[in-house]
Design a protein around this ligand. Structure first.
Ligand SMILES: C[S@@+](CC[C@H](N)C(=O)[O-])C[C@H]1O[C@@H](n2cnc3c(N)ncnc32)[C@H](O)[C@@H]1O
Length: 149
């Protein structure tokens, strides 16, 4: 049950619809001294935009092929393979990430809304994130209909 002793998260979740909106948040929300984790980087198009604002970035994807291609195209960016569900591996990077960008195929629609909420909550708590930006039209739509008394 909620009470005054309960740990209060500081994380702001920014739900975006479509890749244009997802990327357009970077200029307003990323600062040079951030510690960034990107999940679902494919071959690094968004990583490049993140890197332009903040070089302290680890960009990740589940696909080895994507990561190999990303490393070839952008050797100056730190790319690693990571399954978003493998939080132990995310912890093994030994960086106290404060901001995260996540765009994982299969996690943007209504069917995965519950998975998305629990995943974001897990990353927010484990890393004590300031901000998580996610590409999920379903979450954005849901959040619009949630209000506070
Ligand atoms: C739409 S693409 C990402 C595009 C990229 N964010 C961009 O802006 O160019 C989605 C990516 O999610 C990755 N992906 C799918 N399942 C994943 C998982 N469980 N963990 C991490 N990445 C995953 C895919 O390999 C794919 O590269």
């Amino acid at each position: 049950m909620a009470n005054e002793q309960q740990y209060k998260l500081k994380t702001l979740y920014l739900a975006t619809r479509g890749v244009k909106e997802y990327r357009s948040s970077i200029a307003n929300y990323v600062q040079p001294n951030d510690r960034l984790l990107e999940i679902g980087c494919e071959w690094g198009t968004t990583s490049e935009l993140l890197y332009n604002e903040c070089q302290n970035l680890i960009a990740t994807d589940i696909s080895n092929k994507c990561i190999e291609r990303a490393r070839r195209k952008r050797p100056y960016i730190h790319f690693e393979t990571l399954d978003v569900y493998d939080i132990k591996k995310a912890l093994s990077f030994k960086i106290n990430f404060n901001k995260m960008y996540i765009d994982v195929s299969g996690l943007s629609g209504y069917r995965s809304l519950l998975d998305v909420v629990s995943l974001l909550d897990m990353y927010a708590r484990v890393f004590d994130m300031d901000l998580i930006v996610i590409k999920s039209g379903a979450l954005k739509n849901f959040a619009k209909r949630v209000s506070r008394i």
